[in-house]
Write a protein that binds this ligand. Structure first.
Ligand code: F6R
Length: 240
């Protein structure tokens, strides 16, 4: 237990995906109407594939979008909604989704509608998150307070550089919508997945430094979140 965070270190990325699939599967079986905040990015892809391989019945689940680029259409391959649909919603047969920004052109209206839909769900039961190279959660870029609301953000150079890898030379949009830290931190269960040596430094800062706006993920300290890291990201054994 590091600062109110449960850290589990897994041998490698495959073991991490299996453990994450165990935890998500247990949560869905315990509450088939679970509301789940769903990260895209590379890290959780093996977990989602494992859940699909296991035939998890997620027909009662509501999948809630975590973030989206601004000015990117649904059919644009960069759209995070498209990624979430292909990797999570369709393979698991998810019954209902809450979109962030989908089809709404005015960002403030999109954020308000999202907040109302998340409230109508009774909040988030489970947040499945990845860790940005700059410590972001969703697109809550540093500096970011623990109460930051759902909003438009300008991406930092680190995020632009890391996301450039996903889109094969296409320009990365510079602005995005993100679920606020307030939405993320009030989730009843939080699962942060961290894989790879390139996340080692930022994971150490997330767990070991006093919580700071400079590392938004450090606000997870004290929430009881579970962090699953592979040995490449956390070369020691737990605890942090
Ligand atoms: C994606 C998201 C981001 C990623 C983070 C890590 O929806 O919200 O916060 O989770 O940038 O990305 P990967 O897993 O690609 O290293």
């Amino acid at each position: 237990m590091a600062g109110g965070v449960k850290l589990e270190v897994l041998e490698d990325a495959d073991a991490l995906a299996r453990r994450a699939a165990d935890l998500i599967g247990d949560a869905v079986r315990a509450n088939p109407a679970l509301s789940v905040l769903v990260a895209t990015g590379h890290t959780p892809m093996a977990t989602y594939a494992e859940l699909a391989r296991r035939g998890l019945d997620a027909s009662g689940v509501t999948a809630v979008q975590l973030d989206e680029y601004l000015g990117v259409g649904e059919d644009d391959p960069r759209s995070l909604w498209g990624w979430m649909r292909r990797a999570f919603v369709e393979p698991l047969g998810v019954g209902k989704v809450v979109r962030l920004g989908g089809g709404i052109f005015d960002p403030d209206t999109a954020c308000r509608r999202y907040g109302a839909e998340v409230s109508a769900l009774g909040g988030i039961d489970l947040a499945v998150l990845g860790l940005g190279p700059n410590g972001h959660l969703g697109f809550n870029e540093p500096p970011c307070g623990r109460g930051a609301p759902t909003r438009v953000v300008t991406l930092t150079p680190e995020s632009l550089a890391s996301n450039a890898g996903y889109w094969e030379g296409r320009a990365v949009p510079r602005r995005a919508l993100t679920a606020g830290m307030d939405v993320i931190l009030s989730a009843r269960q939080i699962l942060l997945l961290v894989s790879g040596e390139h996340k080692r430094g930022v994971l150490a800062r997330t767990l070991r430094e006093p919580p700071t706006p400079g590392v938004p993920a450090s606000w997870l300290q004290g929430t009881g979140a579970t962090v699953l890291a592979d040995r490449a990201a956390w070369p020691g054994t737990a605890p942090a």
